[in-house]
Design a protein around this ligand. Structure first.
Ligand SMILES: [Zn+2]
Length: 103
């Protein structure tokens, strides 16, 4: 289970890191001089920034899950201490709560 989860989380970390980098590149791309276009660009930027923030947060959760995996605490509910079901971990590899506590 360790090897498999470690691989899954590392893959996810890679995908998310690339996404954050890609968004950072999009955000730093040159701006047009036209003011009407600038408004649209600014709106797009807001969307990109939100996406970037969300992705960064997800990345943090993935990294925290990797730490728990190394500490042997992975897959244990942070609230009640019960095992988190494999199906839930499959769907959400960085889940910290079991299905009952997450409700
Ligand atoms: Zn629980």
């Amino acid at each position: 289970m360790y090897e498999e989860k470690h691989k899954q989380l590392k893959e996810l970390e890679k995908v998310l890191t690339e996404r954050v980098d890609g968004l950072a590149r999009d955000l730093s791309s040159t701006h047009s001089a036209d003011s009407a276009e600038q408004v649209t660009e600014r709106e797009n930027e807001d969307v990109l920034r939100n996406l970037q923030e969300e992705t960064k947060m997800e990345l943090q959760q993935v990294r925290a899950a990797l730490k728990r995996l190394d500490a042997g605490e992975y897959g244990v509910c942070a609230s009640c201490g019960a095992d988190i079901s494999p199906a839930r971990l499959q769907a959400l590899p960085y889940a910290t709560l079991c299905i009952h506590c997450a409700k």
